[in-house]
Design a protein around this ligand. Structure first.
Ligand SMILES: C[S@@+](CC[C@H](N)C(=O)[O-])C[C@H]1O[C@@H](n2cnc3c(N)ncnc32)[C@H](O)[C@@H]1O
Length: 218
């Protein structure tokens, strides 16, 4: 089983003792996290039975069934008590917000969230609802850029957050993928700026200012 770069980068960051991968699909994150001893135990969780059957089969093929359990559940609604770290990847930010809204987690639970859309909305929700963002990465896979947000539930909302952070991340790791992402954003917003009539250029102008400030840090 060759793990995609996106999933491998997520596994690389995991710290904890008991993981829940919500929306596990094939179960690859759980399998790799256990193989690399990132955690002692893990739950592969999905709302749909078919992905969970695949996960179960893959877990058994990897001889990890004594350390991994498959759970059919909606989001984190019935999360086992021993879970101290949670991965959610390959979903939209709005769905992640919905899952967090309907679940209950203990203070200190760490999350690794990688959504494919609505990232600023997700950051805003996290910060306003007591999830402290510790670190962020950008993962480039083929021509796509995925954010990875590591946050911990503290129950204390953070109300001081800039628009630049909502759009481009809090404590972003300045590596090669982040550089490519910012260059790509610069191209995109420059084109938008040039296509807009002068009276409608404000948003593009602000975005380009944020992007250039971040690129200056490389
Ligand atoms: C596109 S797959 C992503 C799989 C894997 N996490 C990844 O990043 O490659 C999304 C998975 O999330 C599951 N899912 C969607 N909504 C869910 C929910 N509310 N609770 C748990 N799983 C959910 C789907 O059944 C599907 O298996």
């Amino acid at each position: 089983m060759a793990l995609s770069k996106r999933l491998q980068r997520i596994v690389d960051q995991i710290q904890g003792s008991c993981l829940a991968d919500i929306g596990c699909d094939h179960g690859y994150v759980v399998i790799e996290a256990l193989k690399q001893n990132k955690v002692k135990k893990a739950y592969a969780c999905d709302v749909a039975p078919l992905p969970l059957e695949n996960a179960q089969r893959n877990i058994e093929a990897a001889h990890l069934q004594n350390r991994a359990q498959c759970l059919l559940m909606n989001g984190i609604e019935s999360l086992p008590e021993d879970v101290d770290c949670i991965v959610m990847a390959g979903m939209g930010g709005s769905l992640m917000i919905d899952i967090l809204e309907r679940g209950k987690v203990r203070v200190g639970t760490r999350f690794y969230l990688s959504c494919h859309k609505d990232t600023p909305l997700l950051r805003k929700y996290l910060l306003q609802h007591g999830f402290s963002i510790e670190k962020e990465w950008i993962i480039q896979e083929d021509r796509h850029f995925y954010p990875l947000i590591q946050c911990v539930y503290t129950r204390k909302p953070c109300l001081k957050v800039s628009e630049k952070e909502l759009y481009y991340g809090v404590s972003l790791e300045f590596d090669k993928d982040a550089g490519s992402y910012l260059e790509n954003e610069k191209k995109k917003w420059t084109k938008i700026f040039q296509q807009m009539p002068p009276s409608k250029r404000k948003e593009a102008q602000i975005r380009l200012q944020y992007i250039n400030e971040l690129l200056d840090r490389f």
